[in-house]
Design a protein around this ligand. Structure first.
Ligand SMILES: [Zn+2]
Length: 240
């Protein structure tokens, strides 16, 4: 059975499309849907600039917040995914990436947001990005071109759908940019939700071991998870 998630990219404190974005948030709230809101911690991308909205944290607080990079600048390469020739992180040293992700996450936590998920700007990441996310105790990365979720250092939720339409199989993240939301698009999403509500899930409902709960893979996960910095992970989990 196909499961759907929604992901809205490029949400920043100062952006130009607050009215339509707010309309879409109201639809999600009405149908009790928890989309992934990919928030840029400290936006410096001139293409996203706009007006600051009062109460914007309150508007998104109950959704799943993903950290969308740090400054949203093209400081890196396309990385492993190769969807774009540039990105913010891929190609940079482990230390640089770790520091950027940590600084960005601290900004979002200070604003009162819970951050366990990462969404890479321009879908660009490399081995150092994944290592940094693992060491910073992120649970999920909303990236990858697979059809199903899987575990590899973090839990990967694939992102390869940019059109609101039904799919045959898999866990599908229907992704759009906050700047591209129009009243017409809000209506299309509303209609899709009405027709498919029971198949729309939140990231917290994803269990990458679902059907293989007693497989070796599952034991491997717990061994690795417990072996790798068990105390900080336990503390973080309890705090959540
Ligand atoms: Zn972006």
């Amino acid at each position: 059975m196909t499961k759907y998630l929604f992901r809205i990219d490029d949400v920043a404190e100062e952006m130009s499309n607050w009215d339509n974005f707010e309309k879409l948030c109201k639809v999600f709230k009405k149908y009790k849907i928890k989309p992934i809101i990919a928030v840029i911690p400290d936006n410096k991308d001139p293409e996203i600039k706009g007006k600051k909205k009062k109460g914007w944290i309150k508007l998104i607080k109950d959704f799943t917040i993903a950290q969308h990079g740090y400054h949203h600048l093209k400081t890196g390469t396309g990385g492993l995914n190769k969807l774009n020739p540039y990105g913010e992180f891929a190609g940079l040293s482990y230390k640089d990436q770790y520091d950027m992700i940590k600084k960005g996450r601290d900004i979002l936590i200070k604003k009162g947001l819970k951050i366990n998920t990462f969404a890479a700007p321009w879908h660009s990441y490399d081995k150092n990005t994944i290592r940094a996310l693992d060491n910073l105790l992120f649970y999920h990365i909303s990236e990858g071109l697979n059809v199903h979720e899987h575990y590899d250092s973090v839990i990967w939720i694939p992102v390869s759908d940019w059109k609101i339409s039904k799919k045959l199989i898999g866990t599908r993240t229907l992704t759009m940019h906050a700047q591209d939301i129009t009243p017409k698009k809000v209506d299309i999403i509303k209609q899709f939700i009405k027709e498919n509500r029971k198949d729309i899930i939140s990231i917290e409902e994803i269990n990458p071991f679902g059907r293989s709960r007693f497989s070796l893979y599952w034991f491997y996960f717990w061994f690795r998870y417990a072996y790798h910095s068990p105390l900080p992970r336990l503390i973080k989990w309890l705090k959540n």
